[in-house]
Design a protein around this ligand. Structure first.
Ligand SMILES: *Cc1c(COP(=O)(O)O)cnc(C)c1O
Length: 483
């Protein structure tokens, strides 16, 4: 980067802000609060504006272009979400305010809980967890407590298919339970024989992702659920992939006992805009008493003619609190807005278009990029980023070359069961033109892989940074600005 940073632009006496007239007596700053060796830059308004705008342009964002990061559902975040999340009535309240004063906010939480229940087919929902992985931990702790309460203390094992997101085994281990991996079969489904051979009285449950991380709908969903329930285990649903199902099928109806939703994927705000998320957890009726508390409920003592009044409720066998205060309220407002703007028809259409877009993009590159499981996909698909007749080229080279063309690479090297995996999730918010543009670029790169592979190995050429030494960056991070 050649342009100077704000720290280097500092010029004595330059200023960008005129503070208002003092309305309190002037007093000196306490000694030692300002560090002599850390001078604040003295800059004008335009210096500051250019500095931050430039920083924002060094980054890639969904508002800039397609971001088909498989499994992450990087859909466009409608700007109306930001308008509602910034309403002063929401931003100006304090989490310790009395429920009397914040009925509007409690209405949003309550109504969103009801929407998530209806969308997933569940009897109860918590909005406390801060992310999908946090929702998984919450869900596994609920399953564990359910078994313990029933005296089934020997249930210490969670079965996890080998296509699962890495957070599944991680959440299991964090809950103190043991992971047993279940392989996939040749069509990318859970291998039923392998599953049957592992079910026993030690099984607390199975973590099940459907559509799975290959983007494929599990063809034996009912069998999988029956086999696990048959041994007394529970079925956890990883609902991060709900973008393929919303308004079409309800996991709770299929027998899923507990499931997390990624509100910050399926219901816009991808990855919480780089900030907080909401890993809402839905549970079937037999697990409602175990939900983390408090949850927002309608006051049961209301008379029929009363206005609705919302209170906090502690489920009787609750696993306890999993998050300070009431969770990430701003993300809840955005998800609520998103659901209200689309309505139930719109939610269904968004899922249909997500699936259509993925299949369209797949159809355009299939045959050029090897497809290990050749099936109709759901909202995403996985191809191999390698070519038989261009052995030096890897998925990483393709991903880096995409950056040179001004688009974001897909998820790569995940799921682990596909060699050189490129996992592509275009989402429903991309147009036919932008899908064609992405397909054209992928096809061009495939051609380059054969004709001019050095272009791929040297990529990215026109990004702010080139290939980073990720190991060194993790081991010796340089976290402060240095000349
Ligand atoms: C994103 C994702 C998770 C984890 O969600 P976070 O909010 O990133 O913690 C879990 N499972 C799957 C399949 C995912 O795609």
């Amino acid at each position: 980067m050649t342009e100077p940073l704000i720290y280097e632009l500092s010029s004595p006496g330059r200023e960008g802000v005129k503070p208002p007239q003092l309305d309190v007596p002037e007093s000196a700053l306490p000694q030692g609060w300002l560090r002599e060796d850390l001078p604040l830059p003295e800059v004008s308004e335009i210096d500051v504006v250019r500095h931050y705008l430039r920083l924002s342009q060094l980054n890639y964002a969904i508002d800039k272009g397609m971001y088909p990061l498989g499994s992450c559902t990087m859909k466009f975040n409608p700007k109306i979400n930001e308008v509602t999340a910034r309403l002063p009535g929401f931003t100006g309240i304090h989490p310790l305010q009395h429920p009397d004063d914040v009925q509007g906010a409690l209405y949003v939480i309550y109504t969103l809980q009801e929407y998530i229940k209806a969308i997933g087919g569940f009897a109860g929902v918590t909005l406390q967890p801060a992310a999908g992985a946090h929702g998984e931990l919450t869900g596994v702790l609920i399953m564990r407590k359910y078994h313990l309460e029933r005296g089934e203390t020997q249930r210490d094992t969670i079965l996890v298919p080998d296509s699962a997101h890495g957070t599944n085994p991680a959440s299991t281990s964090m809950s103190g339970l043991r992971v047993v991996e279940i392989p996939s079969d040749a069509r990318g489904n859970v291998d039923l024989d392998a599953l049957r051979s592992q079910v026993c009285e030690r099984v607390a449950g199975l973590m099940f992702t459907n559509p799975n991380t290959l983007g494929l709908f599990e063809e034996h969903m009912e069998d999988v659920i029956d086999i696990v329930h048959g041994c007394g285990g529970l079925v956890y649903g990883d609902g991060a992939n709900m973008n393929a199902l919303t308004g079409i099928m309800r996991p709770g109806d299929a027998g899923i006992d507990v499931m997390h939703f990624n509100l910050h994927k399926t219901f816009s705000t991808p990855h919480g805009g780089g900030g907080p998320g909401c890993g809402a957890v839905g549970v079937a009726a037999h697990l409602v008493d175990y939900l983390p508390g408090p949850i927002v409920v309608l006051d049961p003592n209301l008379e029929e003619e009363d206005d609705p009044y919302f209170i906090f409720h502690e489920p009787p066998k609750s696993i306890g609190r999993v998050k300070a205060f009431w969770g990430h309220f701003g993300i809840m407002v955005r998800a609520y807005t998103y659901i209200r703007m689309l309505g139930s028809e719109g939610l269904r259409r968004s899922a249909e278009h997500a699936v259509l877009n993925a299949n369209y993009l797949l159809s355009r590159i299939k045959g050029v990029y090897p497809l290990p499981y050749d099936r109709i996909c759901k909202h995403e698909f996985v191809v191999e980023g390698r070519f038989k007749d261009a052995p030096g080229v890897h998925a990483l080279d393709i991903a880096k070359r995409l950056i040179d063309y001004g688009v974001h690479p897909p998820t790569n090297y995940f799921p682990l069961i596909v060699p050189e995996a490129l996992m592509i999730e275009p989402t429903e918010t991309e147009s036919r033109q932008s899908l064609d543009n992405y397909a054209d670029i992928l096809l061009k790169i495939a051609q380059e892989a054969h004709e001019t592979p050095d272009l791929l190995h040297a990529a990215p050429q026109n990004a702010p940074v080139r290939r980073l030494d990720e190991v060194r960056a993790a081991r010796n991070p340089v976290l402060r600005y240095e000349h």
